[in-house]
Ligand binder design. Structure first.
Ligand SMILES: NC(=O)c1ccc[n+]([C@@H]2O[C@H](COP(=O)([O-])OP(=O)(O)OC[C@H]3O[C@@H](n4cnc5c(N)ncnc54)[C@H](O)[C@@H]3O)[C@@H](O)[C@H]2O)c1
Length: 312
């Protein structure tokens, strides 16, 4: 568990503890008005590593205050690979502060309504606003349909779907009061097609798109945009772990992410088999640009060109 004020306690503001979770308080950085997200606050679930952290870093470089909300639990029941740890969350916070941005790191689970609501309140108490919400926390499950246990199905739905809904419910009243906000939902290429290796995960990512489009309809009148990013394979620990790689390359005695990527590359027009987290962060940055204020309810594929084969 992360202890309050563990990092550079002398430089930190008043430590705060959220019920059921602990937070590292923000080190306040002086705002730079020349940066496009200066004075804005971005709340990113699943921000301790991978895509969430890359988005947080991109937004920090653009001047935003960052809130990282992550379960940081390592091995987790119902998940076949290790999630981020409290050390990952601490390192993520330090990486944001190294970019001269303010960062609040909160250890909490999107499945717990109270934890996510209190984290939102702490965000506003610390930074004054909640301008950008990145609904990114997610887990994957791999296997044939008949293989999934009740616990596995429950876990992936509770995190990827219910967690996303609860996160949105917690953020929306704050953004509605402000009459402004940008919500981004991290779906997947598998939220746009079926996949026999990831059947349950794919169904959660389809569900997320349905929810995000509904949120766009519900919150448009409050000047809140809701858009979806749907990436193909990304090099993160969600994919680059023995549980997932073993299922993707069952005949390979030593499956590796690079070999999976290589096998996919010939099918993509760009000849590239995977994305890096920074590629997805670049897409996220498009949607928080001022010029995108009239775009909502959209799904943006970051697909390495694989969609060029789809029906329009
Ligand atoms: N990696 C890929 O190939 C890929 C492709 C498309 C979409 N995605 C999606 O991108 C998002 C980020 O995944 P990633 O690839 O960066 O994986 P990742 O495992 O590196 O990061 C996910 C983060 O979410 C956190 N998390 C998990 N459950 C949580 C919970 N209940 N509460 C709070 N935090 C929780 C984890 O600790 C971790 O830090 C996920 O929604 C994933 O489904 C990933």
């Amino acid at each position: 568990m992360i202890k309050s004020g563990v990092l550079g306690a002398a430089a930190l503001a008043t430590p705060a503890v959220i019920s059921g979770s602990h937070s590292l308080t923000a080190q306040r950085a002086a705002p730079n008005p020349n940066l496009k997200l200066s004075g804005k606050t971005a709340f990113i679930t699943g921000g301790a590593r991978g895509i969430g952290l890359a988005i947080a870093q991109a937004m920090a470089r653009a001047g935003a205050n960052i809130v990282l909300f992550d379960i940081a639990s390592g091995q987790t029941p119902g998940v076949g690979y290790a999630l981020a740890t409290s050390e990952d969350l601490g390192a993520a916070q330090r990486s944001i502060e190294a970019l001269e941005a303010s960062c609040l790191a909160i250890q909490g689970d999107v499945r717990q309504r109270e934890a996510i609501e209190e984290a939102m309140q702490q965000t506003v108490a610390t930074f004054g606003t909640l301008d950008i919400l990145v609904v990114n926390a997610g887990v994957t499950q791999v296997g044939a349909i008949e293989d999934f246990s009740d616990q596995e199905i429950r876990t992936v739905y509770e995190i990827n779907v219910e967690g996303a809904i609860k996160t949105t419910q917690a953020a929306a009243p704050i953004m509605q009061k402000q009459k402004s906000g940008r919500m981004l939902f991290m779906s997947s290429a598998l939220g746009r097609m079926g996949n026999e290796l990831f059947p349950v995960y794919a169904s959660t990512k389809w569900a997320l798109i349905g929810f995000a489009k509904s949120a766009a309809l519900s919150y448009g009148k409050d000047n809140i945009t809701c858009n979806v990013i749907a990436p193909g394979l990304v090099r993160t620990k969600l994919a680059d772990n023995p549980y997932v790689l073993g299922a993707m390359m069952p005949d390979d005695p030593a499956p590796s992410f690079d070999r999976v990527s290589e096998s996919l590359s010939s099918g993509n027009p760009l000849g590239v088999g995977h994305l890096e987290p920074e590629d997805v962060a670049s897409a996220a940055m498009i949607f928080v640009d001022e010029s995108m204020s009239k775009v909502t309810g959209e799904v943006f594929d970051v697909s390495l060109g694989s969609n060029a084969r789809n029906v329009a």
